[in-house]
Ligand binder design. Sequence first.
Ligand code: CA
Ligand code: CA
Length: 142
Amino acid sequence: MLDEFFSISLKKAVEAAIAEAELNTSGEIRVHIEKSCPGEVLDRAALIFEKLGMHKTKLRNGVLFYVSSKDHKFAILGDVGINQKVPANFWDEIKEEMKNYFKMNNYEKALCSGILKAGEQLKKFFPWQKDDTDELSNEISY
Ligand code: CA
Ligand code: CA
């Protein structure tokens, strides 16, 4: 059921996962879900990143999880601050795990576990700070 991507329960679970992940890291995580992806998935994710103003974080450490439900595409896109610090294969393990959950049609688990893992991994490079603010909304954008 692809509509599950747009369900209230998935929305709640994902937003809770983002809030939890952001207790580990100053990185700001957002999720964007749409039915189909026009063009190349990474180009699309970059456009959405820009549209959501995700480059406006102080440390340039925003992370976008992009999913198109109908054509089964997804991407994880980190801002330049992250790319400068982490190894090139930083997202690979998370992507693999998410792919497996997607294959099992477990979309909620795919997103939530990916988000939580991202928080744990980012902690090393961008630990949560006492003066942390929620720079980017935790709400899913559609
Ligand atoms: Ca924050
Ligand atoms: Ca946030």
